[in-house]
Design a protein around this ligand. Structure first.
Ligand code: 0RA
Length: 637
């Protein structure tokens, strides 16, 4: 419950530099000045409110997107202090809002562990806004102050009495700084929902002024999150196992539930930040899982003495986990700074998890038996998969070169300049082979639809010739088969993998299947930025000698009005309707084409989309594919 506390002392403040640096180099503080940086402003303010909540001072946060383009974040925390600093003789709120890093130094004895990727403080939001207004309810009064581009616009005013406590920060992002200043409701919704799951009991509302409004409140916290992630799946336990422990100031919280699915679905967080690249907490969790399940399986004699141990992939098959830890001084590493580096954390997570798992297995004998059986089945399937793969490998070597027969390789052996086009069907494949620049462009035609990997176990996946051709051509192996011998980015034979499919429902389906496969088994290829989607034109417009291509309907309109009346429009239904020269100049020529780079902004969200798309609900799948058939850009990966 939030409590009112006025024991704050203003002299704890340590003043740092002003905000000019932030306006000069915004990207240094918020990552980018693109869409992600813009939303980061909201997260920065919300994180301060979450900090209040984590320390037990706040339970409600309200975010409003106003019609004038501004955003306000209101909480019922203690309120930013308004009393004067004894040395600087200005209200503390003025320092919090206009000095860099002042916020975090305020009360070092409270446990401040949230904070966005950069954790820079509200003053950065102020610096990057045309105007900011704060309203504080604290110490019996209501106080306001306003700012422009980070500078004071008015003195702190007491405008009334109040027996409430809390802070409202409203800001208008500076158009001169950001590439876009329009907030995206979905992006904010996803992050706020995640925060609500991670912080059980906090009420977060997101609303558009005169528009929609959603409330996120999860009493069950991460257990409820796991149940949500497992919706539509068949769980092997009635409810998720909830784990909570603390050691050496590191808080460990986890929720786990096995299902009949084949994939693992593990989401890790550190101080409320998604650690997409994993790290020491994930290692600790994995070690504990593999060891604990092997121990119990032997003890119960489900795994016989002569049997080899289960490996990590086996014990994680069908397992959904949300692991959320809080560390006082997190070290983030990796390409996207989302990999936890603190070495002490591995052992701590291992210890906490091992104890809970041991209790769970002791107290739930029938659930445990079902889980262990599932792990053993996974093990047997993986053994079969290895045999299938070894067979294919040997066959490959016998056939010479080890590359698939259907691959028309490029001449270059330098992966950095080499591209592979995955083309739908042999006929379009033939056209692409004729049209390509053979020095750097390889073509791999895939026949029909590749396997739906969401619903297949690894042995079947590796038994599929289309999938095997893709794996062999890329040369970098896949994850999810064996613990060693995994995906190796350095071995990728091409630094561009371009998916080139028809602009129809079938094309969209194949593209989605391919993306699913890449996401599941070559995820780092996507992280490395190696995966692209080709953009073939939808129309060819001719009038006399004039000719142009349109890639969407708005372009078509433009070209038609440019060419004037009486022009001929040809609609391309598939790649097959273009000849080699046309395919080259519209879609493949590096100097003229546009490629859509596939990114994983939000792996968790992508996961959900794939689940809806590939799961058991046929109707849902159909609707999604049809809705997205022509809108590649909207494919939510
Ligand atoms: C500095 C010190 C204290 C709280 C805050 C800042 C604070 C900042 C924000 C930003 C949005 N909501 C906020 N709520 C609180 C501690 C105050 C105390 O010790 O009473």
């Amino acid at each position: 419950m939030p409590s009112k506390s006025d024991d704050y002392k203003a002299d704890q403040i340590q003043v740092l530099e002003g905000l000019e640096a932030v306006r000069k180099r915004p990207a240094m503080y918020i990552g980018t000045t693109g869409e992600s940086g813009l939303h980061h402003l909201v997260y920065e303010v919300v994180d301060n409110s979450i900090d209040e909540a984590m320390n037990g001072h706040c339970d409600t946060i309200e975010i409003i997107l106003h019609s004038d383009g501004s955003c306000s974040v209101k909480d019922n925390g203690r309120g930013i202090p308004v009393d004067n600093h004894p040395i600087h003789k200005v209200p503390a709120v003025e320092i919090v809002m206009t000095k860099l890093h002042a916020g975090g130094k305020f009360d070092s004895d409270t446990y401040k562990v949230s904070g966005g990727l950069h954790g820079v403080g509200v003053s950065v939001v102020n610096a990057l806004s045309l105007w900011t207004k704060v309203e504080i309810h604290r110490s019996g009064g209501v106080y306001t102050q306003s700012y422009k581009k980070g500078n004071l616009d008015s003195k702190l005013k007491k405008i009334g009495d109040s027996d409430e406590h809390g802070t409202t920060v409203r800001f208008l992002p500076d158009k001169g700084i950001f590439e876009t200043t329009e907030f995206d409701y979905q992006i904010l919704r996803n992050r706020l929902r995640e925060l609500a799951y991670l912080n059980a009991g906090i009420r977060i509302t997101l609303s558009e002024e005169d528009g929609k409004s959603q409330k996120f409140y999860y009493k069950g916290g991460i257990s409820q999150y796991v149940a949500f992630l497992n919706r539509g799946k068949t769980a092997l336990m009635s409810e998720p196992l909830y784990v909570n422990g603390e050691k050496d100031q590191v808080q460990v919280e986890a929720a786990l539930q096995w299902t009949t699915a084949f994939r693992e679905n593990i989401h890790t967080f550190t101080n409320n930040i998604a650690t997409r690249e994993g790290g020491t907490h994930l290692s600790g969790l994995r070690t504990a899982l593999t060891r604990s399940i092997n121990n119990i399986a032997r003890k119960r004699n489900q795994l016989k003495e002569k049997d080899p141990p289960l490996d990590g992939n086996d014990v994680r098959e069908g397992l959904t986990v949300v692991l959320s830890i809080k560390v006082p001084e997190p070290q983030f590493e990796g390409q996207t700074k989302t990999k936890l580096g603190n070495s002490e954390v591995k052992g701590i997570v291992d210890t906490v998890m091992t104890e809970s798992l041991s209790n769970f297995f002791a107290e739930n004998p029938s659930d445990s038996q079902i889980i262990i059986s599932k792990c053993i089945q996974a093990f047997q399937a993986r053994e079969a998969a290895k045999k299938a793969r070894d067979l294919t490998r040997r066959k490959g070597i016998l056939e010479g070169g080890g590359l698939p027969g259907k691959l028309a390789d490029c001449q270059s052996k330098d992966p950095a300049v080499s591209e592979i086009f995955i083309v739908e069907g042999d006929s379009a494949g033939g056209t692409a082979k004729q049209g390509r620049d053979r020095a750097t462009q390889a073509i791999l035609p895939l026949r029909g639809k590749i396997l739906n990997v969401e619903k297949s176990r690894i042995d079947k996946i590796l038994g599929n010739t289309e999938v095997m051709a893709l794996i062999t051509a890329m040369g970098c192996n896949i994850t999810g088969v064996e613990e060693e011998d995994e995906f190796e980015l350095e071995n990728a034979r091409y630094h561009k993998l371009v998916i080139m499919t028809d602009a129809d429902v079938d094309g969209a389906h194949i593209r989605t299947l391919l993306l699913t496969f890449l996401y599941r088994h070559m995820e780092d290829l996507i992280h490395a930025g190696y995966v692209y989607i080709a953009q073939p034109p939808l129309y060819k417009i001719t009038k006399g000698k004039k000719m142009d291509y349109a890639y969407d309907d708005s372009q078509l309109k433009k070209i038609k009005s440019k060419f004037g009346s009486g022009c001929a429009v040809q609609r391309y239904k598939g790649l097959g309707e273009m000849n080699a020269q046309q395919l080259w100049e519209t879609t493949m020529d590096p100097n003229r084409r546009t490629l859509l780079q596939v990114t994983i902004e939000d792996a968790a969200e992508a996961n959900e989309v794939f689940q809806d798309l590939m799961g058991d609900d046929v109707q849902k799948r159909r609707e999604f594919i049809e809705a997205n058939a022509t809108a590649v850009a909207n494919l939510d990966i």
